[in-house]
Design a protein around this ligand. Sequence first.
Ligand SMILES: *Cc1c(COP(=O)(O)O)cnc(C)c1O
Length: 233
Amino acid sequence: MTTLSATTHLARRVADIRQRVAVAASQAARDQAEVTIVAVSKTFPREDIDAAYELGLRTFGENRVQEVRAKFSEPLPDDARVHLIGPLQTNKVRHAMRLVHRIESVDRPSLIETLARELDKQESSLSVLLQVNVAGEAQKSGCAPEDAAALLAQMAPHSVLRCEGLMTIAPFVSDPEAIRPVFAGLRRLRDELQETSGIALPVLSMGMSGDFPVAIEEGATHVRIGRAIFGDR
Ligand SMILES: *Cc1c(COP(=O)(O)O)cnc(C)c1O
């Protein structure tokens, strides 16, 4: 495949995704501008990310700190954002917080404690999301829904940790309708947490290549799309 045709493929896929985001938003009587596409670039080379940037994508999702370090040693333009969407070990926190604009995978007390301590030391702050395992799948990361309030309360006194919302990974199913309740459940949990904590949680990061239209219909503000943009991994 020549570089030209690879770029054309990417441009087609991005146009297709934007169209489907717009359709899903209008189906839910929402403004498509409320939905940010997080282009999940894990395993794809930097040149693909640069090509996606040229097509107007600005937010990129990566799931491994080592990969972020390697791929973004040459920084992206100032208006680009990198979100860490994969599980984070506490011993990688210091690198992660310097390299990314948001950590979407905060899910346990030890991680919150380490993040707050390191951010205090560096006198910087970071946007984070609380990852919730709505479906209760044993092998997936994310806190249990019933632990979300306590984790939010743990973050609240730390002004360096700006928790802006919730993230979930839905189970893999062939019919995305089957997981609509997972997305609706995350939105309901967010509504409850906002109400009881008084903390604004505007961000709902949910939906991937196979299920993002349903997630948008249920209120997603961020959809994390990998394969449908960059191709199969
Ligand atoms: C890989 C990944 C995605 C993207 O999945 P696709 O099926 O490629 O769209 C989204 N969210 C997380 C947390 C991921 O690890």
